[in-house]
Design a protein. Structure first.
Length: 384
């Protein structure tokens, strides 16, 4: 089978972008096509028989369709494509890939450009949330050239601003899935620890660095090389998934819902050295944080995670609020690749805490366009 696609970088991630109309209508054949295109599942974690980059940040897919009947420009479905597992997890969204939706919509003619800035409203069908992209355009097309530098991306580009409108309850239906700002989890091999569960753009479970034996200066290479540590962290994440009502059991959370909630280590600002060797001082940030993604430490900090983190920083009593050092509307997250500034609007109404909006910047680029090829036999083997 041959399907047209565009391969795009959004933020610090990459994904194949498909028009929904071009993919198989049958859901099982559609997933079989996407998995085969990426070279998944691959027990060697190389995705050697497809275009996947053998990391969670480079094994993602976006499916785009017309959104006018639902009051937006386009509809966007995100999928986290398993590397070792034969699965596509659609439980949450990806902020990095979201940043490429607007540029894709403009370049594909789904939205008419209004130079020099084109507004693209799209609905993420995974979460039911509307996102507004401010897309730099030139001569009717997305203009990727600019001086904005995004930590984790080696070259500058034009800034794509994303406004997440009312991001609370993206997966669980509630900004505070348990109703509490802090919960206790009993974790084998660790004991009882405090966690904060926040669902804004994506569900996150927050853990203090010190409660898992870290001080926030460790490198990604150190943590990824420790399988015992990664297993303990997954044990926390899986139990938080059950606590949030996302999975019914710990085993189900690990086997079938590995993408949400994601887990973030948080603590007060501190001096540390990023993955690129650059040193940052505590005075440059509001909080020091790092996220796990699909069992591995994320090389930077996903935008949806940054939204949940910045929202949590404004909710009195959360572990993030306890650690943050910022009184302004902006929150600067010190992460594995540098500093990430966020803007957030959080308040209280008669029902409790509410996240009105959160905004951040990313860059994006169209990498290549063409035809994805998958042997017909791999689809014919899938029956309804």
């Amino acid at each position: 089978m041959r399907v047209n696609a565009v391969f795009m970088r959004g933020g610090t991630s990459k994904a194949l972008f498909f028009h929904e109309r071009d993919l198989p209508e049958d859901p099982r054949q559609r997933d079989a096509f996407i998995l085969s295109a990426y070279g998944s599942p691959d027990p060697f974690r190389r995705q050697i028989d497809g275009v996947g980059g053998a990391a969670s940040s480079t094994s993602k897919v976006a499916i785009i369709s017309d959104g006018r009947e639902r009051g937006v420009d386009v509809l966007y479905e995100f999928g986290q494509v398993g590397i070792e597992q034969e699965m596509i997890d659609r439980r949450g969204n990806c902020g990095n890939i979201s940043s490429a939706v607007g540029p894709f919509a403009v370049d594909e003619g789904l939205v008419t450009a209004t130079d020099p800035m084109t507004i693209v409203r799209f609905l993420n069908v995974n979460t039911g949330k509307v996102i507004v992209a401010h897309v730099p355009t030139k001569d009717g097309k997305f203009d990727p050239n600019g001086n904005f530098e995004l930590p984790g991306v080696p070259r500058s580009g034009s800034p794509v601003k994303l406004d997440y409108l009312e991001p609370g309850g993206s997966v669980t239906g509630s900004l505070l899935p348990t109703g509490n700002v802090v919960d206790e989890l009993d974790v084998p091999g660790i004991g009882t620890i405090d966690v904060s569960l926040i669902d804004a753009a994506n569900p996150l479970v927050f853990v203090r660095w010190r409660d898992v034996g870290l001080d926030g200066t460790e490198t990604g290479a150190q943590l990824d090389a420790d399988p015992e540590f990664r297993a303990k962290v997954e044990s926390i994440r899986a139990r938080a998934s059950v606590l949030a009502g996302i999975a019914q059991t710990v085993d189900e959370a690990t086997a079938h819902v590995p993408s949400v909630p994601k887990l973030s280590f948080v603590g007060a600002p501190r001096d540390y050295t990023a993955a690129n060797g650059h040193s940052y001082s505590a005075e440059q940030m509001s909080i020091r944080a790092a996220m796990m993604s699909m069992g591995w430490l994320h090389p930077s900090y996903p935008l949806t995670g940054a939204i949940a983190t910045s929202v949590a920083s404004r909710i009195t009593g959360t572990l993030v609020n306890e650690a943050v050092r910022s009184d302004s509307e902006s929150v600067i997250i010190g992460h594995q690749s540098g500093l990430l500034p966020m803007e957030v609007d959080v308040g209280v109404d008669e029902k409790g805490w509410v996240a009105h909006s959160a905004s951040g910047f990313r860059t994006a680029r169209r990498l290549f366009e063409g035809t994805v090829l998958v042997p017909d036999e791999r689809l014919s083997a899938v029956t309804t």
